[in-house]
Design a protein around this ligand. Sequence first.
Ligand code: XBP
Ligand code: MG
Length: 241
Amino acid sequence: MSLTLVKNSSPLEDIRRRIADAGALILDVDGTLAETEEIHREAFNEAFVEAKLDWHWGRRVYKELLRVAGGKERIRAFDQMRRTGPPVSDAAIARLHRVKTERFAALMADKGCPLRPGVKALLDAAIGRGQRMAIATTTTRVNIDALLAPVLGQDWETMFAAVVAADDVARKKPAPDVYIEVLSQLDLPGASCIAIEDSGNGLMAATRAGVPVLITRSLYFHDDSFDGALAVLDDLSELFA
Ligand code: XBP
Ligand code: MG
């Protein structure tokens, strides 16, 4: 999908118009709505300490590991990279990830994590237009509540016509599954919607489902390749400048 330029309009004006005209806005969570990955990283490290593992994920290794979508898959990928000792069992990975999810909720409740610039304005504008919104994420469902309840209120889910998370589909991004499920719940063709994503994996997932993508660059994925995106913004406040 390429950007269609309207006569005398700037690409940004065109993006604003396409957003306003979309059948629905489909939003990624981590990195797009908020810079959550440092909190995920801290939660993984706390789970490793609790399990008495001598593992610690610094920023550099976490950036590599973020190529693997999904916490359990990420732990397995790291275990395979170490190549020492017997592989960690599925049950142990599930246990580690359960503790990680608990730690993530506790850290969120403790420190909180603000929405990124422009996100609230985008949500408010969509609500003002009566436009539907949806969530398509590869994080665990309870993590969405841990992030959004403090910033949007306990009833945040009523703002969204569909919320699809990792547990709801067979394959995580870059597979298109979360987007295909969202589109089926919305009963809309992909081309009529806009996805907002921050990563190359997210771009690929949405594109494979036929959804045009607007990128908002995030901390860990700012240097990803975003070929094929409608546009790449530093953050969503550019839409309201
Ligand atoms: C990002 C992810 C997630 C989180 C960790 O999802 O890949 O795996 O890093 O969450 P998205 P879990 O950008 O699609 O929102 O440990 O719950 O998997
Ligand atoms: Mg993301």
